[in-house]
Ligand binder design. Structure first.
Ligand SMILES: [Zn+2]
Length: 131
């Protein structure tokens, strides 16, 4: 009898711990969203893509001449995952997490930047993450 109730109490403690962890996770996701940031991709100076940095994704930037760049967003970072440019320098530039850096693919005139604006529709993106 006392053994059984011990077990139950253990389960309650575990459940509370899990709830707390979940709440912490939600808060960290929220601060990630308000902190800012959009991934902006331009081709030859023209904006072709704008996505929240807080939402993971894989975006193909395909151009009429067959140029292809694949931009990956995950874990609050962005990087060039694939590119068929001749030098491959954009891939070697690695991950970036803030606006201090840009990833440039010179042969394809592709520039990947992080912008710190917080447009209003970012809140709706945030709701999707939490659900
Ligand atoms: Zn490149």
């Amino acid at each position: 009898m006392s053994r059984e109730s011990m077990k139950k109490r253990d389960w309650i403690i575990i459940a509370v711990a899990l709830l707390l962890a979940g709440a912490l996770y939600a808060v960290s996701q929220m601060s990630l969203g308000t902190q800012a940031s959009s991934v902006v991709v331009t081709v030859d100076g023209e904006e072709v893509l704008r996505k929240p940095l807080a939402v993971a994704g894989r975006y193909e930037i395909a151009q009429a001449d067959g140029s292809l760049n694949v931009v990956r967003v995950a874990d609050g970072a962005v990087w060039m995952e694939e590119a068929n440019c001749r030098d491959g320098l954009c891939i070697r530039q690695g991950r970036m997490k803030n606006g201090a850096k840009t990833i440039v693919c010179l042969p394809h005139k592709v520039v990947v930047q992080i912008e710190g604006d917080t447009p209003q529709n970012e809140h709706s993106d945030l709701d999707v993450i939490i659900q």
